[in-house]
Design a protein around this ligand. Structure first.
Ligand SMILES: [Fe+2]
Length: 238
């Protein structure tokens, strides 16, 4: 399903959206633990892979957001960006709480953590946001598949929420990325778009190979998931 083009006009609209999102009703936690061990274990493995604990790791990106805000005379961007990072933390908390419900351990770091940490060390905000958008868009497709495949109401409910939030996060990166390079040439844009698609393809293939039973159970083919993911990515590739 393609993402709708962003209707958000400025940073203050994003601030309002993130505040509204934070006030969503609590998930009704239930009997996730009663699932068969094989299903709990399969769900936990994938959730651990996508769970990221971003607490305190995004300060350098906030510094960059400050620079952008100063350059554009848009102080709201700093707060919008902070709320975006807080939303990411809240997602991590939600996934960890679900893992607790499933009786499974939290993630001790994943390839996503590793890649984003490396980019953080290199202080490359543009690459950081592109990689983050790629990860968000792939995990969005995965959460949708897991939500359709599971027998658990709690997992279904949380996957639906996470997928919706990833939609918003992809949309936010689509808003933020052009602020970095407002005068990028068409050739540069095409090159970045091609590299980004290659990264997303590799990430999606990895997720597909590791969790193909979930995709099969949800009735999805790789081709279908790729098309769904590309539709979402089109929002970011500007
Ligand atoms: Fe996210």
């Amino acid at each position: 399903m393609p993402l709708a083009p962003s209707t958000v006009l400025n940073s203050y609209d994003w601030i309002e959206r993130f505040y509204q999102r934070a006030c969503r009703p609590e998930v009704s936690w239930g009997a996730a633990k009663r699932l068969p061990y094989a299903e709990r274990s399969a769900a936990a493995r994938s959730l651990q892979e996508f769970a990221r604990n971003e607490n305190g790791s995004g300060e350098w990106v906030v510094d960059w957001a400050r620079e952008i805000a100063a350059r554009n005379g848009d102080r709201g961007f700093i707060w919008a960006f902070r709320l975006f990072l807080r939303d990411e933390c809240r997602q991590g908390w939600l996934v960890n709480r679900l893992l607790d419900q499933l009786g499974m351990p939290h993630s001790r770091g994943s390839w996503v953590d590793f890649v984003l940490r490396m980019i953080g060390k290199l202080r490359m905000p543009s690459l950081y946001l592109h990689v983050l958008a790629g990860v968000e868009v792939v995990s969005r497709s995965y959460y949708r598949a897991l939500g359709d495949a599971t027998e658990s109401d709690v997992i279904r409910q949380i996957c639906k929420r996470l997928a919706e939030e990833q939609d918003a996060h992809v949309e936010f990166t689509a808003f933020a990325i052009p602020l970095m390079h407002p005068s990028r040439t068409r050739l540069a844009q095409s090159s970045i778009q091609a590299a980004h698609r290659a990264f997303v393809f590799a990430a999606l293939l990895r997720v597909w190979l590791r969790h193909s039973p979930v995709f099969h159970k949800s009735g999805r083919t790789f081709r279908g998931v790729w098309k769904e993911t590309m539709s979402a990515l089109d929002t970011t590739a500007r």
